[in-house]
Design a protein around this ligand. Sequence first.
Ligand SMILES: Nc1ncnc2c1ncn2[C@@H]1O[C@H](COP(=O)(O)OP(=O)(O)OP(=O)(O)O)[C@@H](O)[C@H]1O
Length: 304
Amino acid sequence: MIEVRGLTKRYGEVLAVDDLTFTVRPGEVTGFLGPNGAGKSTTLRLILGLESADSGTATVGGRPHAAQPAPLRAVGALLDPGAVLPSRTAYHHLLALAAGNGIPRSRVDEVLDDVGLGNAGRRRAGAFSLGMRQRLGIAAALLGDPPVLIFDEPLNGLDPEGIVWIRHLMRRMAAEGRAVLMSSHLMSELELTTDHLIVIGRGRLIADMTMKAFIAAHSDREVLVRSPRTGSLRRALPADATVREEGADTLVVTGLDTAEIGALAAVNDVELHELTSRRVSLEEAFMELTRDVQEYRAEREASR
Ligand SMILES: Nc1ncnc2c1ncn2[C@@H]1O[C@H](COP(=O)(O)OP(=O)(O)OP(=O)(O)O)[C@@H](O)[C@H]1O
């Protein structure tokens, strides 16, 4: 279990992590979501003891990272898949890590097989594709068979096969009872993989809820209407319907269903070319949730 309590980190003017509190539970994949610059990587580095907090605590299994007697057995992390000596073979890279953490040599072949690098272990890591480096980083994370796993943007730059593979791996790790934390700046990457969702913006907690609850809360339907007479249709709609234009001949309406809009169009003699009910995408729901912090970011960048 990861417990973050009142965690705060400042870099000069920038409050990168602002009084953040959340828990990552065993047996679940928790998605850690936030727009670029929200403070995700900083939070993960604080949990892993790579940075020190200005205040608050971050513990794994009840201990701060610095107090872990065998860090790789407590928490495995994939932060930067590029962090491998290019001249080393995958096998020797893992062997050095194992030796430094009192992990038996036999475990190296096990994890190489586990991540599908069984045949590539004797090749130099410098010649690996991004997908293979990602797998090697995950092998290193799994080396100590830890109960807690942290992946920072693990799907970045991967091909569809790699993405499916990592999704399955994370689900399997959670099914084995591990606590898995995965960061992303895209809701679409988390929707299929995670049980729980933590959203941050500008270093602060915005949402902490199950993925199911997030989907239920944001599964409003909207109706797309295409017509050569959108102006007349718009005037025919009741005042409490929300209407926005999506191009010259298209309206998107919330608050009415397709039958109601169809009936109003018929009564007012408005020709329709399309009437489609659709779910608001979770990506849009996430953007709505973080709009204030995105605007803040845009303002800050504009004023530089
Ligand atoms: N070492 C550092 N020195 C100064 N500022 C930093 C440092 N690391 C991060 N920051 C700033 O802290 C804020 C949070 O950055 P962080 O990398 O944690 O965000 P993030 O959510 O991981 O973003 P991304 O998705 O872009 O990686 C940003 O404004 C960033 O510029």
